[in-house]
Design a protein around this ligand. Sequence first.
Ligand code: NAD
Ligand code: WQD
Length: 336
Amino acid sequence: MSILLTGGVGYIGSHAAVTLAQIGHKVVLYDNLSNSRADVVSRLARILGHAPVLIEGDVRDTELLAQTLRTYSVSAVMHFAGLKAVGESVAQPLAYYDNNVTGTQCLVRAMRRCGVRKLVFSSSATVYGEPQYLPLDEKHPTHAVNPYGRSKLHVEEMLSDLAVSDADWRIACLRYFNPVGAHSSGLIGEDPNGTPNNLMPYIAQVATGRRDRLSVFGGDYDTPDGTGVRDYIHVTDLADGHLAALNFLGRDDAAGWHAFNLGTGTGHSVLEVIQAFERASGMNVPYEIVARRPGDVASSYASSDKARQILGWQAGVRLDEMCISAWRWQQHCAQL
Ligand code: NAD
Ligand code: WQD
């Protein structure tokens, strides 16, 4: 099957490209390279033995999208393209609504025009906001608390409306928890520009000595050790979840709109992640506990029962292995 991956050069899209290509799907990457580098394609070629097609373009360019869908006889789309930094979204909300909401609108227009109606969308656990209960299941009320989260929620609602309006659409919104780690080759991984916002890349940069110490945001949460608890999921497990969603969309009972959590179901505290990374790397990760980060919740972790029951998918990689792969990537990355 020929599958278009918008944002396919980015962190999660590039790992999904490997999973899909390795079982024989033809992948077409479509990316404006605003948060990624074209050399990822040559790294993918080293993993796969062939380079996937890259179309350099923006998801807001409906014409180029339609032309790409036709040229490569695309049957399904995985939509990773978008902006994802919470703090930046507060400072530049219009950029977030434009890229994430308008971008998706342009994409589904192009898809409709070309008769492509299978879509897997990169959503986020951020759509749940402050948990009212744990683990978070898909029935938990949604209440995004920042422009990034609201842009994801708007897209989910738009896609749900679209599926109601036309029974031919098959749409899976995958709500990722905290993706971390890298491909076992060490050739692709997460490579944030500037100071990392997220925990794992920050720890990795402290372990290499690129940064002095980690600031642990809050030590007085109502959690076993007082630090924030999250559901970290390995990026290749996430990629497998995309393949499972794609297979599901091919089934007779898959018409309409569906939301699935992709998490492990297990929460780990910041201190547990630091300790696991120290074990994985053999390096010291100095840290200090500082004030809470505004907007953070104490704990967030998934119930992935729905994904297990309907998609037949379950995460398998544990925290230690997540850290080993992140460290391997960090060392590769640092050498280049
Ligand atoms: P990423 O920034 O590494 O990848 C996104 C890719 O999309 C980049 O290659 C970027 O160049 C491209 N892109 C951005 N805007 C575009 C546009 N207008 N047109 C074409 N390409 C564009 O991010 P990622 O971590 O791989 O995230 C992928 C998706 O998953 C995003 O939609 C993100 O919101 C979502 N998500 C990520 C996380 C996470 O923690 N990484 C968690 C939940 C959801
Ligand atoms: C994890 C834990 C922090 C950095 C974010 C987005 C969310 C989703 C995933 C896209 C928390 C603590 C972090 C640091 C720290 N992205 N921490 N020091 O906040 O759960 O989720 O990424 O959809 O929308 O909000 O992930 O990795 O930033 O934080 O102590 O330097 O690590 O307080 O407890 P988060 P994170």
